[in-house]
Design a binder for this molecule. Sequence first.
Ligand code: CUA
Length: 187
Amino acid sequence: MTVQDDSHAAAVAERTEKRWATISVIVIVALVLLATFAGLHQATMPQGRVETIDPTRLHLAGEFVESNLGTATEPDGSVTVRAIGQQYSFTPACILVPAQTPIMLRATSADVIHGILIQGTNVNTMLVPGYVSEQFMRFEKTGEHLMPCQEFCSFGHEGMWGKVKVIDKAEFAARAKNGGRLSCVGE
Ligand code: CUA
């Protein structure tokens, strides 16, 4: 190769490198803009669904009065569990549910942030005072699950445990026949 060929090849290489460097800078700038837009958009838009509740009045009226806590069979046949967390227990302390049934958990806190975790399942939600937490759950097998508080809620946190008892669908239906709210407290 001649000296001229060499310098020509070098010029081509330099142009190619510059072109690809420009492209990579454009890609990086585009990604940064996209991330900035997504972050700002998420921060400025309200969440899709937020349900608020006055934590100081739970025991006085509304969905979370003590007589309404526990497991309810709704008019449409679906099952709803309503529970509250407070320092340092859950009400009800033992949640009774039917197996092989779609269940909606609705829960909130009467004081500070607690968490509900049902061991051996993917149920794990925070209970934030002022907000209703909703989580769908379904248990295939009968049996018992421990339900520890999953957010540090002060010195009694380690002792804050509940239980979930999953019973046969037919057995649950028989117990639910008379209406009211079911739980397994004291069983
Ligand atoms: Cu309640 Cu930790």
